[in-house]
Design a protein around this ligand. Structure first.
Ligand code: UT7
Length: 330
């Protein structure tokens, strides 16, 4: 006889319950990079990428430190104790070690005892993949609360003398707590629109542990500016809302020109002219999987977004991989 295996009770919807972020103290301006001997200018970086300054971690400031800091803040923001977290997911592509992963160490640091803990490597799309996985875990009844963190120490993997990458990439972490929607609350995390373009795998690479990151900037730029608005629109459609319902657009902060190109295309397709568009890259640089939650947390601190706002997230990068979803802000 085939045994009937018991299943967890399903939950109708998941919501983001709290946000948090952490950045290193050290601010590095464009002038600082030029002064270090890299052949670049403040004007070129502002014009071509939109970055004014970014944060670099000290040698003794680790990815796990930043992730734990951001995670603890998200927990406090959600009003939850560590014991109420059932799983920890860290999206990252810059762990210095292949094993152990970051998530188990972060769980230990913030006092989440024996929680399921795993890393997701989808590079700059990682946070959206992690958020989608967390929402699915909550909806499937396998966790009541999941802590999702995007954390990167990209400076460990960037050649400080390569002007095509050292001006772009930076360090930081952002986090969200995902929990079940209450019975009288609508779901607050829409289905993920995700995919990959493995034919472009060679365009962003760290081929081995002794190499720095290499990026074919123009190819990725063209791909992102043409392919990511349709992914964002797919996420909107899957969530059953209209582009005009989107209050906040938060694309991965890779390049301000890419962010603006996506916003322009979405507005042409029906998004509102007063939709708030994340521009956190100006102060934080490109922090890969951390960029979306960092931008959300900063925009909230600045009063540019409010609780209940409908936000459209879209992450994209190495793989190439991409993922986006509509969320209601906590
Ligand atoms: O986060 C993961 C996903 N990544 C992305 O989405 C990145 C997408 N790509 C980009 O954002 C842009 O391609 C970059 C910011 C990486 C580069 O900007 P670009 O406008 O595509 O510049 P380019 O590589 O085509 O270079 C144009 C010129 C070149 O000089 P020549 O050959 O025209 O004389 C470069 O050597 O600019 C030069 N250049 C620089 N000049 C001053 C390249 N980097 C610099 C620099 N400062 N830092």
């Amino acid at each position: 006889m085939i045994p009937q295996l018991q299943q967890n009770a399903l939950v109708a919807g998941a919501r983001i319950r709290g946000l948090g972020s952490a950045q290193p103290e050290q601010v590095v301006t464009n002038e600082d990079i030029a002064a270090s001997g890299v052949e670049t200018t403040d004007e070129w970086i502002r014009d071509r990428v939109g970055i004014v300054e970014r944060r670099f971690a000290r040698a003794d400031e680790s990815l796990v430190d930043m992730a734990s800091d951001a995670g603890a803040k998200a927990l406090a923001d959600a009003g939850l104790a560590p014991s109420e977290i059932d799983a920890v997911i860290v999206a990252t592509c810059t762990m210095p070690s292949q094993i152990p992963n970051a998530a188990a160490q972060v769980a230990e640091r913030i006092g989440v005892s024996a929680a399921p803990a795993f890393d997701v490597n989808a590079a700059c799309a990682g946070f959206c993949y992690g958020l989608g996985t967390a929402a699915d875990m909550v909806r499937a009844g396998s966790a009541a609360h999941v802590l999702v963190i995007g954390a990167e120490k990209l400076t460990d993997w960037v050649d400080p003398n390569d002007r095509s990458t050292c001006i772009i990439f930076a360090d930081g972490a952002g986090a969200a707590v995902v929990g079940a929607a209450a019975e009288d609350e609508p779901p607050g995390i829409g289905p993920v629109a995700a995919g990959s373009a493995g034919d472009l795998a060679e365009t962003i690479v760290i081929p081995d542990r002794d190499s720095f990151i290499h990026q074919e900037g123009q190819t990725v730029f063209r791909w992102a500016t043409t392919q990511m608005a349709p992914v964002a629109m797919d996420a909107v459609e899957r969530a059953g809302v209209a582009l005009a319902d989107i209050d906040v657009l938060v694309p991965h902060q890779a390049n301000l020109r890419i962010v603006e190109a996506i916003a322009k295309r979405l507005r042409k397709a029906g998004a509102r002219s007063d939709m708030t568009v994340a521009d956190d890259i100006t102060r934080s640089g490109n922090t890969s999987s951390a960029s979306i939650p960092l931008a959300l947390d900063h925009m909230r601190a600045e009063g540019r977004v409010r609780s209940g706002d409908v936000a459209l997230l879209v992450g994209f990068g190495a793989g190439l991989s991409y993922a986006g979803q509509v969320v209601v802000l906590p």
